[in-house]
Design a protein around this ligand. Sequence first.
Ligand SMILES: Cc1cc2nc3c(=O)[nH]c(=O)nc-3n(C[C@H](O)[C@H](O)[C@H](O)COP(=O)(O)OP(=O)(O)OC[C@H]3O[C@@H](n4cnc5c(N)ncnc54)[C@H](O)[C@@H]3O)c2cc1C
Length: 246
Amino acid sequence: MTDTPAETAQPSFRSDVTVELVKHTAGDSDVLWAARVSTAGEQSLEELSKDPERSKGLINYLMRDRHGSPFEHNSMTFFISAPIFVFREFMRHRVGWSYNEESGRYRELQPVFYVPGADRKLVQQGRPGKYVFVDGTAEQQKLVTEAMEVSYRRSYETYQEMLAAGVAREVARAVLPVGLFSSMYATCNARSLMHFLGLRTQHEEASVPSFPQREIEMVGEKMEKHWAQLMPLTYAAFNANGRVAP
Ligand SMILES: Cc1cc2nc3c(=O)[nH]c(=O)nc-3n(C[C@H](O)[C@H](O)[C@H](O)COP(=O)(O)OP(=O)(O)OC[C@H]3O[C@@H](n4cnc5c(N)ncnc54)[C@H](O)[C@@H]3O)c2cc1C
């Protein structure tokens, strides 16, 4: 009996990112409890609803005056699947973050690649710090999609050729591009997430505008949606105070 070689996965192309909230212990009550450092009763959610105006006022005061540490007593773990170039930017955020990413040494990397969607602005105008991005032409859109797909297919074939010849995964992966999707768990707290969102999203309420790459912003926007549901008072205070992390 001969072994049938495992079928090689065919490249697939994505224009979106995945963000799932897999675990959390995070609520506005964690901020209040930490700020008040008082009775055990303060830890309960009931306390929050007893005097909502006082709770809202306290959180807003902490945010406005940048008393940051009460926003650290909570935890959110996200599963994120995004291109490697996004992770490269993401992991620059060192403080209040923990990361674990899939390995290209211990497993064969799957051929899922990023191709910008039709709504992704393709052309950069202006000088550094003053960029604006504008839509590409239909020809540019076609070129980007086709050129990326051809290039991705070629590099994945080369990766497979080397694996088939017995070359180690950690060596063969060198030919794979930064548009390849990777996955990771990222754990943070509200304070570190606010710092991330202040830098990696554009928002009309930001008092200090930032100019992030669109793809990391797509990840940030999805994380923000989850967080807003978990900590609505903190989220409102973040926006009301110019989206600057305390
Ligand atoms: C739009 C944009 C463009 C960028 N372009 C580039 C680029 O071209 N090249 C590049 O290399 N990076 C670039 N970056 C990354 C940027 O320089 C930061 O590394 C990244 O935004 C993480 O920010 P941070 O260091 O504040 O976050 P964290 O690492 O999470 O740190 C949080 C805070 O802790 C404090 N802190 C952390 N470490 C230290 C330390 N060693 N010493 C003193 N204080 C510390 C600081 O107050 C810091 O703000 C860019 C970021 C953005 C948002």
